[in-house]
Design a protein around this ligand. Structure first.
Ligand code: ZN
Length: 103
């Protein structure tokens, strides 16, 4: 079984966002998702629900485009230092987002 991934943030529409700002980034373009699921959840469960609503399989990142839905950036993927487009914080300093290992 794979170990949980540590996520630093998300790529969405060619920009990088932290786990705090991804709600607004998605909500700006997809207000219907914010209406359906008000933020209050951690980013991962929130994105899981939104993906389900849209019929997006987050487990297969090749099956959707980051123009349409945020893609997670894992610690391993972040070769260079990234900062959030919205708040400007370096992603490495953000509290890492834990994603449960795929079952
Ligand atoms: Zn941010």
């Amino acid at each position: 079984m794979a170990r949980p991934e540590e996520l630093l943030g998300y790529t969405y529409r060619a920009e990088t966002y932290c786990g705090e700002c991804i709600f607004d980034a998605v909500g700006t373009t997809r207000g219907d998702l914010l209406d359906a699921y008000p933020p209050g959840l951690a980013p991962e469960p929130w994105l899981d629900r939104c993906a389900e609503l849209l019929g997006i399989d987050r487990g297969r990142e090749a099956s959707f485009d980051s123009e349409d839905f945020p893609k997670a950036i894992s610690r391993e993927q972040a070769a260079e230092s990234l900062s959030c487009r919205s708040c400007g914080e370096p992603l490495a300093l953000q509290l890492a987002i834990k994603r449960p290992a795929p079952s």
